[in-house]
Write a protein that binds this ligand. Structure first.
Ligand code: SF4
Length: 113
């Protein structure tokens, strides 16, 4: 598997991007994220990713975009940039030992990945 420096911006990963099909946003494809990383742009968009390796299948240079996204998430956290859902999930794990909070409520409305 290769790092984002091996991305040749060919766009083949667009065909496998469910996020692109649903949202129409190029930024959510592996190529879009690779471009952000190459330009040094740290954006919450890196939290919008299923972290699966579907796009790797079509990538001619075997860019492992999920690993690159994980690294960007680490940078986001190090810079104090997080989502409300992430903060809630972390607080719930610390307080209740699971990401959903009190299981006695039985009204789980959010699922985290
Ligand atoms: S398929 Fe691979 S090389 Fe092509 S744009 Fe996507 S991540 Fe880059």
């Amino acid at each position: 598997m290769a790092g984002v420096d091996k991305c040749i911006l060919c766009g083949k990963c667009r065909a496998d991007s469910a996020l692109l099909r649903v949202t129409g946003k190029e930024m959510l494809t592996a190529r879009g994220k690779a471009l952000l990383i190459m330009k040094g742009i740290l954006d919450k968009v890196f939290y919008i990713d299923p972290l699966n390796d579907v796009t790797v299948r079509s990538c001619p240079t075997n860019v492992e975009i999920s690993e690159e996204v994980r690294k960007q998430r680490e940078r986001l956290v190090e810079n104090g940039i997080e989502t409300k859902a992430n903060r809630r999930m972390i607080d719930n794990i610390r307080e209740f030992g699971n990401p959903y909070g009190s299981l006695e409520k039985k009204d789980i409305k959010e699922v985290y990945s």
